[in-house]
Design a protein around this ligand. Structure first.
Ligand code: ADP
Length: 293
């Protein structure tokens, strides 16, 4: 074992001691490199298998908000969501401990079932847009301050914050900032103002898993009550969702005409998040969308 692995082993051991008691014995542990920002392990102990992820502590409250988002989704009883054991901080590291999802053999109706369940989730509504706590999208803070109007929420709390950040960090030019400003004026006439829907908030294929029954399970949410079309658009950004998913979604929750044309507008949010996290590579796509609208 290298010194680094040894330290990590001890760190995981302390988490297990804290949450399962001193008799907890690690039978096996395995690193996961799926995510972008955090380290994660699958750890096998006599009590069962757990998934633990952690960071170096410069994202205060990240795992608390992730745990709260997971609990919020779990409490709807619609989708399979890993159960949270605990979150906390040991030395300078924040961690999140949850049940490990063992994937079963994917059922034939996996995508139909998923589409239906997401539509049911989106039927969970609220009087306002936002949430009673803020969270993170990737490693960036996401404000969920309540607003009455969904389109205004999308502009103010999603686009403007990322554009402001990109301007401040000089990731985009002031000229591009002006183009965004002009688009903000137009957006209310371009996207429909639906009722608030409970969203997963970071729904790309990397956060979609299979549970032991062979049906969908979701991880790594950034929940809020928002525009459901924004979530559907998000699923198309990196692809991987089958047609059956959209068809069965629409049977429960009809998709309004013209949605396909609106997708790029909604995806300006995840694209600007990517510009802010990973830099210029995504800028070209942003410029293309701004030119089009
Ligand atoms: P990050 O916050 O670093 O992006 P994720 O929560 O997305 O990390 O987890 C990284 C990967 O680990 C996921 O893509 C998924 O494959 C897997 N994963 C996440 N949670 C669990 C879990 N509870 N059980 C099993 N695998 C998981």
């Amino acid at each position: 074992m290298t010194l680094q692995t040894q330290e990590q082993y001890q760190f995981i051991e302390s988490i297990l001691f804290q949450n399962l008691g001193y008799q907890a014995e690690i039978l096996d542990f395995q690193f996961f490199y799926g995510g972008n920002f955090n380290l994660a392990v699958k750890v096998k102990v006599t009590e069962g298998d757990y998934f633990i992820k952690w960071n170096q502590g410069d994202h205060d409250g990240m795992f608390e908000s992730e745990a709260k988002s997971l609990q919020l989704l779990h409490s709807q009883g619609i989708l399979s969501i890993p159960k949270i054991i605990n979150y906390g901080k040991i030395l300078d590291k924040e961690y999140l401990m949850m049940e490990f999802l063992e994937a079963g053999f994917q059922q034939a109706n996996y995508w139909e079932d998923f589409g239906q369940k997401l539509a049911l989730l989106h039927q969970q509504t609220n009087t306002k847009f936002g949430l009673d706590f803020n969270n993170y999208i990737g490693a960036l803070p996401q404000s969920n301050e309540w607003m009455e109007n969904g389109v205004a929420f999308f502009i103010e709390k999603r686009l403007k914050i990322q554009v402001g950040r990109a301007l401040y960090e000089r990731r985009i030019t002031p000229a591009l900032g002006d183009k965004f400003q002009a688009l903000f004026e137009k957006i209310p006439s371009l996207i429909p103002n639906h009722a608030p829907s409970l969203l997963h908030g970071d729904l790309w294929s990397g956060n979609v898993m299979t549970d032991a029954q062979g049906l969908v399970a979701l991880v790594d949410p950034a929940c809020y009550y928002g525009l459901r079309e924004a979530e559907l658009a998000f699923t198309t950004m990196f692809g991987g969702f089958e047609d059956a998913f959209y068809r069965s979604y629409a049977e429960v929750m009809p998709i309004e005409n013209g949605f396909a044309e609106r997708i790029p507008l909604y995806n300006l949010y995840p694209l600007m998040v990517h510009v802010n996290l990973f830099g210029g590579g995504y800028l070209h796509a942003v410029e293309k969308i701004l030119k089009r609208f």
